[in-house]
Design a protein around this ligand. Structure first.
Ligand SMILES: [Mn+2]
Length: 315
């Protein structure tokens, strides 16, 4: 059973509008599409999110994110405990933090994270060029400390506390689609020797299938038995998916994106696959930047491919 949870929150991104993402993805036919694959889907609607930011503190809109992270973490803990697979619709990328935190709390070292994104999201308040928390969720999950001024560090520590007691191990993080990594993030990615950063350069150079095989082998070697996939629609090329606040050219094509989803499904459907899909989030779809809801349509179709849709039906 899949549980769809909308998180209409966009106070931690550069532009507002991603709060409309969950509706746009539902309008694109997500739920009937999944049901058409024979999957059981429970749509829990949208989580209540804080809509009015309080006076800005040292980190912009930290307070509403703290509240959201705690409530989403509690909700998704219940989803996982009930044996359902959470499918989170965002929202800016910070809005999914509580969901991955819930999986981390439940599975610990057994959890690996595939971060499909143009960005590495490894900033902390001291390295972020924009100060926007949507570029920091992975740093929060890893527990990377902030070395900024005291009030910022204190706010950051409160966010790490909201994530929970467990920290993601660097050997449990893979990226796919990287192409816009800030100068403060690059040394962090390089330092994470046991992580797997797959950049657009790697995909161009070696081919997507080769890179996915490398991902599969890395996952099996990691020992993690649970996989969470976080998909930021800015991983896609903006020609295909213009509806996002942080578009970066040179992203995955329509066919490449579907190949990622189809191959992951093919690998994970085998009972002897060493890892199992435990949750998915689909973030940063912003209908205010979109054309005819194209980005949400691609997102809904992509989720269909990840969960078993193929061109010629079941094999
Ligand atoms: Mn991104």
């Amino acid at each position: 059973m899949i549980e769809v949870i909308g998180v209409p929150f966009d106070l931690c991104g550069r532009r507002s509008g991603a709060r409309l993402g969950p509706s746009a993805i539902r309008f694109a036919g997500l739920v009937p599409g999944l049901e058409g694959l024979g999957l059981r889907v429970k749509d829990s609607g949208d989580l209540h999110v804080p809509d009015q930011p309080p006076a800005p503190g040292a980190i912009r809109n930290l307070e509403p994110l703290l509240e959201l992270t705690r409530s989403l973490r509690a909700h998704v803990s219940g989803t996982l405990a009930a044996g359902r697979m959470p499918l989170i619709l965002g929202g800016d990328h910070a809005s999914g933090l509580g969901a991955v935190a819930a999986a981390l709390e439940r599975y610990g070292e057994d959890l690996a994270l595939l971060w499909i994104d143009a960005h590495s999201d490894l900033n902390t308040p001291d390295t972020s060029p924009s100060g926007n928390l949507h570029g920091m969720p992975l740093a929060a999950l890893l527990g990377i400390p902030s070395k900024a001024e005291a009030s910022m560090n204190e706010g950051w520590a409160r966010l790490l506390e909201a994530v929970g007691p467990k920290r993601l191990h660097s050997g449990r993080v893979a990226w796919l689609g990287l192409r816009d990594v800030d100068s403060g993030e690059r040394p962090r990615v390089r330092k994470m020797k046991d992580a797997l950063p797959i950049t657009m350069h790697d995909i161009d150079r070696n081919g997507l299938v080769h890179e996915l095989e490398r991902l599969h082998e890395w996952l099996c070697r990691s020992g993690a038995e649970r996989l969470w996939i976080s998909f930021d629609v800015d991983a896609l090329d903006p020609i295909l998916a213009p509806g996002t606040g942080t578009a970066v050219r040179g992203g995955l094509s329509f066919r490449e994106a579907h190949l990622v989803a189809e191959l992951l499904f093919e690998l994970m459907r085998h009972s002897d696959c060493c890892y199992k899909l435990t949750g998915v989030d689909l973030m940063e779809a912003n209908p205010l930047c979109d054309t005819n809801n194209e980005t949400a349509k691609v997102a809904a179709e992509w989720l269909g491919s990840l969960l078993g849709k193929t061109i010629l039906g079941p094999r």
